[in-house]
Design a protein around this ligand. Structure first.
Ligand SMILES: NC(=O)c1ccc[n+]([C@@H]2O[C@H](COP(=O)([O-])OP(=O)(O)OC[C@H]3O[C@@H](n4cnc5c(N)ncnc54)[C@H](O)[C@@H]3O)[C@@H](O)[C@H]2O)c1
Length: 324
């Protein structure tokens, strides 16, 4: 890149300091001032922005691509590109980059946190304890008396890609049996290092229905199906064991939210944990107030480590693009 030209990058949903530092030392000017979706086109054109970086909040659709002819790179910090018209951007000669592997470990750790959480109703206890009187304390103690252990239980992982495999690694470490389904993967060797001793666990995938029927816990790690239909609905809940516990840190629409509430209310599902919702950032209130659902606001990748990896990976890709 010509050092005299200061190229402006808009990181509209933020970027780590490490990413900013790398970009600035390569001569770029990075703005993290959030611009409303409605004002984005004007801002990109007025400020002569060639690179826009987003996470999941900002949408880069056809309207922006058509109206901002100077745009050269659209970068997504993370995996899912459902907020970007990727094919259309590529048709128009715009480079679309993302950081698919940078957050896998962090998402898997959130899933593990939620597995421990929903096996002991930690979330509901946290909600109710502050307002407890002595009487309530005993009632709550009784209410949460039927926790379950993870060790020895079977976790069914649906979608055995990057995050699914990272989750398997942690679940194996907790003494869980791991089963998995993925139409594009036959088997996976999960490598675990314990106290410098390597251990390889081979996990062949089985069918979706076999996972539904045999799991005590289910964790979803698939992309949103292209037909927009939920992968888990009433029929799928009916195929699961009674008292199943389920975690969704993939995409909101992967579980049919009506069917989930019904299955929680009739006892089929003992508890659920959701990091993702239909209609983000305004999830439905009956879902987020349900006492059998533990909720987090789409924070799977929200660790310092993952954000640093995302920021530096994006920066490296932008710098090498302009070096060509
Ligand atoms: N909560 C968060 O903050 C967060 C962060 C990163 C990623 N995600 C989401 O996690 C999901 C998985 O990400 P990843 O990086 O592991 O993706 P990946 O591409 O590595 O793995 C996804 C796997 O799902 C499989 N798959 C597709 N359809 C399936 C089906 N019907 N049944 C079973 N398997 C199926 C694919 O073959 C693939 O192996 C994505 O939806 C992504 O958007 C969420």
């Amino acid at each position: 890149m010509d050092k005299k030209i200061i190229m402006k990058i808009l990181a509209n949903d933020g970027i780590s300091e490490s990413g900013v530092t790398l970009l600035e030392s390569a001569g770029f000017n990075v703005s993290t001032d959030k611009i409303d979706q409605d004002n984005l086109i004007d801002a990109i054109n007025d400020q002569k922005i060639e690179v826009i970086l987003v996470r999941s909040a900002t949408k880069v659709r056809k309207d922006i691509i058509d109206s901002c002819p100077n745009l050269k790179i659209i970068g997504r910090g993370g995996v899912g590109m459902d907020n970007i018209d990727v094919d259309y951007a590529k048709e128009k000669g715009i480079q679309v980059i993302n950081t698919p592997a940078a957050s896998s470990q962090s998402v898997a750790e959130l899933v593990m946190a939620q597995l421990f959480n929903i096996s002991r109703s930690v979330y509901d206890s946290n909600r109710k304890m502050p307002s407890s009187t002595n009487g309530d304390f005993k009632t709550l103690k009784k209410k949460y008396a039927k926790g379950v252990e993870l060790r020895g239980k079977t976790i069914g992982i649906i979608g055995f890609g990057r995050i699914g495999q990272n989750t398997a690694r942690y679940a194996l470490g907790c003494g869980m049996k791991v089963i998995a389904s993925d139409p594009f993967i036959d088997k996976v060797n999960i490598d675990i290092e314990i106290n410098n001793q390597p251990l390889i666990v081979n996990i062949p995938t089985i069918t979706f229905d076999e996972v539904l029927a045999n799991a005590d816990f289910i964790s979803l790690h698939v992309p949103m199906p292209s037909d927009g239909k939920a992968l888990i609905g009433e029929d799928e809940f009916n195929k699961m064991k009674d008292g199943i516990r389920i975690v969704n840190a993939a995409r909101g629409g992967v579980i049919d939210e009506d069917a989930l509430i019904k299955a929680l209310n009739n006892g089929k599902v003992a508890a659920a944990a959701l990091d993702v919702f239909v209609g983000e950032p305004s999830p439905r209130t009956d879902l987020i107030n349900h006492d059998k659902i533990s909720i987090t606001p789409h924070i799977g990748a929200a660790t310092i480590e993952a954000q640093n990896r995302i920021g530096t990976e994006l920066a490296d890709k932008i710098i090498s693009f302009y070096k060509k």
